[in-house]
Design a protein around this ligand. Sequence first.
Ligand SMILES: [Fe+2]
Ligand SMILES: [Fe+2]
Length: 130
Amino acid sequence: MPLAWDPQYAIGDAALDAQHREIILRLRWLGDAIGGEEPERAGTALHELAELVKSHFADEERWMAKRGYPHLARHAESHGACLESLALAVRLHAEAGMSERFVEVIERVARWLDVHLRSEDLRLGRHRPE
Ligand SMILES: [Fe+2]
Ligand SMILES: [Fe+2]
């Protein structure tokens, strides 16, 4: 499940790429904690991941707004869906630790991030303001 940074994720903006790397790193820590059956470490990694993702999405949305990116609304909506899944994971972890449902939600978030980085985020890098 955990992702590794891959140059094909690079969108060409140093700040956003650094944030993507951090997100992938935290996701790996979370995956390691789940694999090692360490609920407390998983909780810490999850909280860090959720905070990081939230501030990254806000930065990325500001980046798009500044450049008049035409797909901002759809992209931001898609971010919203990921934040909902992360909030659900935080709730599930608080209620029952590393339940099966919690792991399922984390797996969904990891797949979502992988696809999002390779598709919607890569489109940002190709955008040239008119
Ligand atoms: Fe994005
Ligand atoms: Fe992103």
